[in-house]
Ligand binder design. Structure first.
Ligand code: NAI
Ligand code: MG
Length: 397
């Protein structure tokens, strides 16, 4: 049966990388119909909703979505750009991608970071005697995607009942009790046992399935005792009961960022809450080529709903170039994760091999790989366009 994929190009370069990726999927023999899901800034401005109900309905029906990127802007600017007839309606902008995650409970986010041989952007470091080492990174980062610091439970000048509740905590009274209520902003970091267990189990399962030797909880349990502490304690229990052959490591997010450049090759699966997962995945992505290579999957294994997207945003600066210069590989890789999710691993493998060959050969490089600063004239300086990179991948296929 032919699949239907909901394609959500969104804004800016999201539109370009998604179309090029669909060309690659077609060339690889993936047979699917694509329906377009409206999402992004345009729909905020014209309808007051960047994530219209019709898009949610499409995803509910077809389950699997490919997402490009969206543009978000601060509250005031969002209001400014709202269509005049909507300005009186008291609408408040919120990110549609965060909305998608929460609406469908896409709480498992996987961001793999694996070195491509021959990528000029690979991290290198000095070894003994001044030698140059290029460590091979192969980590899979599991980020809890719906809770924690990005859960959206926050206030400036909190309501009285919230303030009073906070005042019952001795540390709040001591450290913040002197500040006027109006001058206090609070962003909460809430973890639930259920969601924490789901992300931990997803991480351990992945380690088992792909033979990673370690799972590292990357939080800060010594300081953030309740949330990080709960996650680490649960990880210990799960490892002991169900995954005795996988080693459990425990790192602090700050130290982990320092160790990134010291021993990135030592890590396997990494698991963290929402914000630390976001941070540590960008850190590792920097070692394997940066935003042009960073892909992600966000899934709800129970409903079978998944949205696959590059980690990068809409890069507005490059959105209107007559010839697009951005790297489509992050989006192509995200599509490969979609293929894995819907049991089309053979096609995913073929595409990954084609991308690896193009990168290793080194003849075709987008501006980021060519280490040029992003300008329209990079094409004349030896970089290829987004489309030419997709063509090169298709040629290998
Ligand atoms: P960004 O990821 O859009 O761009 C940052 C820089 O990274 C770009 O200027 C470019 O130099 C580079 N870059 C990004 N994608 C690239 C690619 N495929 N190939 C080569 N280079 C690439 O992040 P920025 O500038 O912070 O945000 C721009 C807009 O995107 C904002 O409105 C932001 O809210 C939104 N955004 C959306 C995300 C999403 O849709 N999931 C994620 C991050 C940002
Ligand atoms: Mg991020």
């Amino acid at each position: 049966m032919k699949r239907t994929i909901v394609k959500m190009p969104g804004d800016g370069i999201g539109k370009v990388v998604l179309e090029e990726t669909i060309r690659v999927l077609n060339a690889a023999g993936f047979e699917a119909d694509y329906v377009k899901g409206d999402i992004g800034w345009k729909f905020w401005c014209s309808e007051g909703n960047p994530l219209p109900q019709r898009t949610l309905d499409l995803l509910e029906k077809h389950k699997v979505g490919l997402f490009g990127a969206i543009t978000s802007k601060p509250k005031d600017e969002a209001f400014e750009e709202l269509s005049p007839e909507l300005k009186e309606k008291g609408l408040v902008y919120s990110s549609p991608i965060v909305g998608l995650r929460q609406h469908f409970g896409l709480d498992i986010c996987l961001r793999p970071c694996k070195t491509y041989k021959g990528n000029p952007l690979n991290f290198i470091r000095r070894g003994p005697g001044g030698t140059i080492e290029e460590p091979e990174v192969d980590v899979a980062i599991f980020r809890q995607n719906t809770e924690g610091l990005y859960g959206g439970v926050e206030w400036s000048n909190p309501p009285t009942e919230v303030y009073n509740a906070l005042m019952t905590h001795p540390k709040f009274r001591k450290n913040f009790g002197h500040a006027p209520k109006e001058e206090i902003s609070v962003s909460t970091r809430i973890f639930t046992k259920n969601a924490t267990e789901r992300i931990l189990r997803a991480a351990f399962e992945h380690a088992k399935k792909y033979s990673y030797k370690t799972v590292t909880v990357c939080e800060k349990p010594n300081v953030i005792r309740e949330t990080s502490g709960m996650m680490y304690k649960m990880a210990q229990q799960i490892q002991k009961a169900d995954y005795p052959d996988i080693e459990l490591w425990n790192t602090n997010i700050d130290a982990q960022m320092m160790w990134l450049t010291k021993n990135p090759e030592n890590y396997g699966v990494i698991v963290a809450g929402n914000m630390f997962g976001d941070i540590v995945s960008d850190g590792f992505a920097g070692l394997i080529g940066g935003l042009g290579f960073a892909s992600s999957a966000q899934v709800n294994p129970e409903t079978g709903i998944g949205v696959f997207e590059p980690t990068h945003g809409s890069a507005p600066k490059y959105a209107d170039y007559p010839t697009s210069i951005v790297n489509p590989i992050a989006m192509v890789e995200s599509a490969c994760m979609m293929l894995d999710f819907i049991d089309e691993q053979d096609i995913a493998k073929k595409i990954r091999k084609a991308v690896a060959e193009v990168v290793a050969e080194g003849k075709v490089r987008t501006y980021d790989m060519a280490k040029l600063s992003g300008n329209p004239d990079v094409i004349g300086k030896g970089a290829v366009s987004t489309q030419e990179m997709a063509n090169a991948i298709i040629e290998k296929l």
